[in-house]
Design a protein around this ligand. Structure first.
Ligand code: ADP
Ligand code: MG
Length: 292
């Protein structure tokens, strides 16, 4: 590869909002055969909103929402922000919790006045020995609709459920079709549950999902595919994605995402439109062809 053709290629890519960190990445991107997409903020817009509020029997809705909103008030997780925003929008005043602990990949544990409040996954409820068997059917039906449902408990007892929904980016399905046309396999990885992930995969044409991955597990999943001989591009926007972006053959960070994701990646996609993945591969191919 001549320095001149690489410089020209990098410049052309930059005009399309595709920033290669070094010429070597422009040369190797065309070898990718597998693309792993993070779900939230990558395939979806990453701006979830509160859609369902289902208090358990014996819980008044306003009181239920006050406890859930207050438990989430200190959390910086996008799901928590969506929950708090939606609750305040319903005219309920949320307070700062007296104690708060984030449980990464599971949810939150908080003290709100005299109440111990948990909000999160079924695994969190299992860990804390809260019986939620009676409501799993409702939870599953929300998840099949592509929503993320979260369970809440107060003082060790199931208190209700809230769900949020995120929207798929308008360009995601087309962008994934282009990757398929180029012969690539497209996977999605997420900490969210399998049913929600599969609903979003079906909506966008993604081949398969790796779901319920704990925050530290994404890089391991990339390594497994590499060990099976795949040349992997990881595409993500979050702090959680940084280790996976670093170990992938090509890490692509969404420009609107976390700084640490961009620092760990080889390429930044300024536009956040997944069409930039196919564009980056085409530009890499072109650079290589011009060299020959
Ligand atoms: P992702 O960012 O990929 O959705 P996370 O690993 O951050 O995944 O979270 C996994 C799951 O844990 C979420 O889908 C949600 O069910 C639960 N969770 C995480 N943080 C919170 C929170 N602040 N409140 C409630 N549930 C949460
Ligand atoms: Mg994300």
């Amino acid at each position: 590869a001549t320095p001149t053709s690489i410089m020209a290629g990098s410049g052309r890519a930059a005009e399309f909002g595709i920033l290669f960190k070094g010429g070597e990445h422009l040369e190797t991107t065309h070898r990718i055969d597998t693309v792993i997409l993070d779900k939230t903020g990558t395939v979806t817009n990453g701006k979830p909103s509160l859609t369902d509020v289902i208090p358990a029997e014996g819980f008044e809705e306003g009181e239920f929402l006050r406890l859930v909103g207050s438990a989430e008030k200190n959390s910086e997780h996008p799901l928590a922000e969506a929950i708090v925003f939606g609750i305040e929008e319903r005219g309920i005043r949320v307070e700062m919790p007296d104690g708060f602990e984030a449980v990464p990949g599971y949810g939150v544990r908080a003290q709100v006045g005299g109440s111990r409040v948990l909000v999160g996954t079924r695994r969190l409820m299992d860990r804390e020995k809260v019986d939620v068997n009676a409501v799993l059917n409702i939870m599953e039906s929300l998840e099949k609709a592509g929503k993320t449902a979260m369970l809440a408990a107060v003082d060790g007892r199931f208190a209700g459920m809230v769900a949020v929904a995120d929207t798929v980016k308008a360009t995601s399905a087309d962008a994934i079709r282009r990757l398929h046309d180029m012969g690539l396999e497209v996977l999605m990885i997420t900490g969210d549950n399998r049913r929600t992930a599969e609903a979003i995969a079906a909506e966008t044409g993604i081949d398969s999902v790796i779901a319920e991955v704990l925050p530290e597990g994404k890089a391991e999943e990339v390594k497994k595919l590499q060990a099976a001989g795949r040349k992997v591009a990881m595409v993500g926007d979050g702090i959680n994605d940084a280790p996976a972006l670093a170990v992938a053959d090509i890490g692509m960070a969404i420009g609107t995402g976390a700084d640490v994701a961009m620092e760990a990646a080889d390429v930044t996609l300024i536009r956040g439109d997944l069409n930039s993945i196919a564009d980056a591969i085409l530009m890499s191919k072109k650079t290589i062809t011009n060299i020959r």
